[in-house]
Design a binder for this molecule. Sequence first.
Ligand code: EPZ
Length: 419
Amino acid sequence: MNFVVKGLAGKRLHGTIPVFGSKNACLKAFAAAILTSDPVVIKNAPLIEDVFRMRELLTSLGAEVVNNGRVFRVVAKNIKARALEDGIAKSLRASIVLAGPMLARFGEVEFSYPGGCVIGKRPIDLFLDGFKKLGASVISDKQGNRFKVKAKRLRGANICFRLMSVGGTETLMMAATLALGRTILHNAAQEPEIVALADFLNQCGARINGAGTNTIIIDGVKSLHGGIFETPPDRLEAGSFAIMGALLGDKLKITNCDPAHILSVIEYLESMGANIKKGETWLEVTRAKKLQSVNLKTHEYPGFPTDLQAPFAVLLTQASGTSMLFETVFDGRLTYLSDLNRMGADIVPCDAHRAVFHGPRSLRGREVDAPDLRAGLAFIFASLVAKGESIIHNAYNIDRGYEKIEDRLSAIGVNIKRV
Ligand code: EPZ
């Protein structure tokens, strides 16, 4: 499936676009459900491909997963399998997060190197080192593609992450909830999704303190009972739509969001001249008369999120003057820039992490492939600014993280078709 998008030809985006539940929070609640044999209810889940893959993965392990719209009910009572199903795990980076709960509940887990986005090689050394520090043995096949992790009972440990890792923090935090004694995670990631996960685990009987700071303390308990996870609004959807508003908005209203989770994004957009009003659960964004250039540097939360780097790059192609983009979190997250140049942008890549933009440059519609969900959305944004029509292949990659994106964009004036 592909998206065909027509340039707006100077028209502005106006109206209301709602934000759905957070993909990166919801996926971890599914993993957390494995820690207990009681039913877990996950509410406000986004109906996106990654959530459907996670449902398939849990079902393949023997868990019972049913949903009624955005409410999912997971019962991981009868899980027999100890190995993560290869096919699905390969399509979902978040599958590796299941390893922590599996190890903590069953003392054993087997999995392959996780797949998912193509944004640079996604190592899992922090996960494997963490499991070993918690007392598990880690055996891998010769090629280092398949891993078997075992532990009679995990024991609390002092773990310092050499790199801040969202998945690493979440996975080891979950594993530590059932370990013997105290675990302290140093240099832990601080994303809001981690706070939401810790609050949920504490609701289920875990004893976690410090989530949202860089030091998290977990005192192990014998078992966890069920609970209800209320998926928070997706801050990356909210940030993506705020960027779109700064690009082409005329009082574009973004609802069901939490502006407190994207303060650094709002700062950058205002420094470029965007006009942003914000309430408790909404934003209203209007494009600047003339977009100012700015130097973007991505950073772990609460800095500017790496997941919004690609959508933001489209803004830099339209800003007056010279801008620098510095991607500090991932190694291979700039490959999509060559496609923006094919559309007429003037971007000079410096190295695997940095590029210089000269703008404004007018863009022309092109045929492009969505390499991952965030660059895929960036291509939709570029198509709106471009003259003529663009075809974006691999709509699946965008559907992985943005539910019914064409319906929500059409409602604010975008001419987009799924073909
Ligand atoms: C999560 O990925 C998100 N995914 C990503 O969002 C997001 O880009 C990333 O966090 C950073 O914010 C989900 O939550 C499902 P990391 P994760 O571990 O946990 C290196 C999206 O678009 N690293 O924080 O996999 C890694 O290579 C996705 O929604 C190791 O070196 O990211 C990267 O350079 C894309 N060894 C850095 O740490 C490890 O063992 C941060 O990665 C693990 C990670």
